[in-house]
Design a protein around this ligand. Structure first.
Ligand code: ZN
Ligand code: ZN
Ligand code: ZN
Ligand code: ZN
Length: 186
């Protein structure tokens, strides 16, 4: 295949041999890439008709290009793993991803950063679910900041709008407008 990076709509992840990743087998941390030699199954894009389209190291493939154990036994697929930090850092910083960064909606920024921070609040390091996560602009809009990947972090509600949070009791009206715009995810 000629592409290095593509997108898998089903698993909502970047794919291709240019994408470093870890094996999707639950307890495995083997480093691979999302190229066709690791996809389940048959080296077909997105796993073809019989594969789950997840990516496995050679140990968790039934032979190169084979099926994962779940597909082998006709069971539901494993849960997909999120992208690794190395890849997210690349998308956050590299010029070639500039247009992508600019194209993101607020919900997409929030989703990316929540994954990037492993669900932990940047201030107190408490875990928050994606639904509980607050997106905070580091440089406020009044001072030229905007909602963007580069200018945003994930905080818990306390660290964001609690009395000792980033906004404290300041500008509650403005904040409410921002929070109302954040769509609820499942
Ligand atoms: Zn499979
Ligand atoms: Zn593995
Ligand atoms: Zn917090
Ligand atoms: Zn904020």
């Amino acid at each position: 295949m000629s592409w290095a990076v593509g997108f898998d709509d089903h698993w909502q992840r970047d794919i291709g041999y240019g994408v470093p990743a870890i094996c999707d087998y639950p307890s495995c941390n083997e480093k691979i890439d999302r190229g066709l030699s690791y996809v389940c199954c048959g080296e077909e894009p997105y796993g073809g008709d019989e594969g789950c389209g997840l990516y496995f190291c050679t140990k968790h493939h039934n032979g190169i290009g084979g099926k994962c154990i779940r597909c082998e036994w006709h069971q539901n697929p494993f849960k997909s793993k999120p992208d690794i930090k190395e890849w997210m850092d690349w998308k956050l910083a590299d010029d070639s991803w500039r247009e992508w960064r600019k194209s993101l909606t607020t919900a997409e920024i929030r989703h990316f950063l929540w994954l990037y921070q492993d669900g932990y609040c940047r201030d107190c390091h408490k875990f928050v679910t994606e639904k509980q996560a607050h997106l905070h602009e580091v440089v406020p809009r009044g001072k030229g900041g905007k909602i963007s990947l580069e200018n945003s972090i994930i905080l818990c509600a306390d660290c964001h709008i609690g009395p000792k949070g980033a906004h404290g009791n300041r500008r509650p009206k403005f904040l409410k407008i921002v929070l109302d715009k954040i769509p609820e995810s499942e």
